[in-house]
Design a binder for this molecule. Structure first.
Ligand code: C2E
Ligand code: CA
Ligand code: CA
Ligand code: CA
Length: 274
């Protein structure tokens, strides 16, 4: 309808064709991206807000596409999941994050925990534990400085198997956090059973926390519940002083968000922690 004025008609089918062509191209490029070294990790700091202390950083992947510029992970991670490319990409992320963290420690910077996002396929890999052991060994990073982020949906099916896997990871000494908490369907029963250290409150609940009473109630409830279950909590997506003040008042311990810093390339992150 919009294009009628210009005398151009586009059948919906054309759009479908263009979209799938674009996708095909992106998939082709994604296959090359690893060997062409187009990926980079950015690091976003996480703070202990009660003690005003930097505690760690989340590693977030960036793809510098030769023609399209920066492609956001929201765009290519789902494609990588579907095609299975997430497995080698995920290996690269894990290795790079661990070796970077170890490097900073060797340079005498304060010891921090690096959080790495695991994808469903990675989590389901039967040799996940072996891969992680190998990566820690090869990079020399002590397991306590690695945190793995999983999501509720990843941990939903085959609960017994998930619990077994998480316990193995826990036994290794790595930390586990539940990302985007509140957006899935975890029951309290489930949360009680599942061996994790930390909940990351999804940023959709932090947004407008001082203006939206529903969000305020949800966050307060999550904090109270986590406290009872002795789980640590990180509030994600903290953007304003008001957000921070609310969380401080509710005795939330950890936070991450643009208010403190955007995700930064490694050189800039080093400047920050220096
Ligand atoms: P996520 O794990 O929930 O990561 C948090 C996202 O929120 C990041 O987006 C981060 O840049 C953004 N963010 C942080 N603070 C704020 C804030 O104050 N306000 C707002 N509006 N946004 C904030 P990013 O880097 O674009 O990543 C998007 C998603 O892509 C991630 O969501 C994660 O699910 C996925 N992802 C990123 N890197 C990786 C990776 O290495 N492996 C896997 N499997 N997934 C990844
Ligand atoms: Ca995450
Ligand atoms: Ca998240
Ligand atoms: Ca997410």
């Amino acid at each position: 309808e919009k294009e009628q004025g210009q005398g151009i008609y586009r059948l919906p089918q054309d759009k479908v064709a263009t979209d799938s062509l674009k996708r095909l191209e992106l998939e082709y490029d994604l296959r090359k991206a690893l060997e062409r070294e187009e990926f980079e990790l950015y690091y976003q700091p996480q703070y202990d807000i009660q003690n005003n202390r930097l505690i760690g950083m989340e590693a977030l992947i960036r793809w510098q596409h030769p023609k399209q510029g920066m492609v956001s992970p929201g765009e290519f991670i789902p494609l990588a999941e579907e095609t299975g490319l997430i497995v080698p990409i995920g290996d690269w992320v894990l290795r790079t994050a661990c070796s970077q963290n170890k490097k900073w420690q060797d340079e005498g910077l304060p010891a921090l925990t690096v959080s790495v996002n695991l994808s469903l396929r990675q989590f389901q890999k039967h040799n996940l534990i072996g891969d992680i052991v190998k990566t820690l060994k090869e990079t020399g990073l002590h397991p306590r400085y690695l945190e793995l982020e999983i999501t509720e949906s990843m941990a939903m099916d085959n609960i017994e198997q998930v619990i077994r896997k998480l316990n193995e990871l826990k036994d290794l000494g790595v930390r586990i956090s539940m990302d985007d908490f509140g957006t899935g369907y975890s029951s309290l029963q489930y949360l009680k059973k599942i061996p994790i250290h930390k909940l990351k409150i999804d940023q959709s609940f932090i947004r407008d926390i001082t203006k939206d009473p529903d969000n305020a109630a949800i966050v307060s409830t999550i904090l109270a519940m986590a406290n009872h279950l002795r789980l640590e909590v990180v509030a994600e997506g903290v953007e304003t002083t008001e957000d921070l003040q609310f969380l401080l008042n509710k005795e939330c311990r950890h936070a991450q968000g643009y208010f403190f810093s955007r995700p930064l390339p490694k050189e800039q992150f080093k400047q920050l922690i220096h």
